[in-house]
Write a protein that binds this ligand. Sequence first.
Ligand SMILES: Nc1nc2c(ncn2[C@@H]2O[C@H](COP(=O)(O)OP(=O)(O)O)[C@@H](O)[C@H]2O)c(=O)[nH]1
Ligand SMILES: [Mg+2]
Length: 247
Amino acid sequence: MPDREAIRLSVVVPVKNEAGNIAPLVVEIVAACAPLRPFEIVYVDDGSTDGTPAALAAARARHPELRVLRHRESCGQSAAVRTGVLAARGELVATLDGDGQNDPAFIPALVAVLTEAGPQAGLAQGQRIGRKDGRLKTIQSRIANGVRGRILQDATRDTGCGLKVFRRAVYLRLPYFDALHRFMPALVAREGFFVVHADVVDRPRFTGRSNYGLFDRLWVGILDLAGVWWLIRRRRRVPQVEQGGME
Ligand SMILES: Nc1nc2c(ncn2[C@@H]2O[C@H](COP(=O)(O)OP(=O)(O)O)[C@@H](O)[C@H]2O)c(=O)[nH]1
Ligand SMILES: [Mg+2]
């Protein structure tokens, strides 16, 4: 395994009860990221109660790039992403959902748009086209994205897409809360970095079922939006820091 300095990219994947989806997705990530070597894959098992730990152990035996972390008890998707990013050794981090809905083939394009935009670009946000969720969920997601965009003015059509590439150092500056991963563009901009976008083609889950019900995100989503709105208003300006005491 290459050392910390050598790794360019860490691919962080949060999973809860995704046993059947581990093996095929790891194979796809390894193939997609081949041009970005050296990279690592960090799976965070969020207290799964199915065969996910065994599937991860089997995948690790086949792929030396894979690291596995586990929460003893389920703490949620944002907490799993955070555990992965804290452990990540790459300067750049890619995230994607562990159910197969996000195609890792888009990771190199997201890395390219971020790095070509320069060091002030903090996040390359994937935006889904051809949504494969049910009609009701897709409509609900469109409405939520529309309301969020109006209120936060974060110039992003789809913040819920799990496919993102960001600078680890920028992520570490963000305030942590449950659902942080759905508000990344506004929070990255709050730190004085800008956001770039790339369209990504959505897929259906490989197998298994969604961890979220239709109403899981509605009421708490309104509360989260109010919280992020408040956070943004409570940032006066981003300090431009320079060396003092020179005269
Ligand atoms: N770590 C963790 N991951 C979760 C949790 N809920 C969902 N996920 C993962 O987050 C990703 C998206 O969740 P999913 O259930 O597919 O939600 P949906 O696609 O929005 O319906 C998948 O990789 C899930 O395994 C959770 O409570 N903890
Ligand atoms: Mg999904």
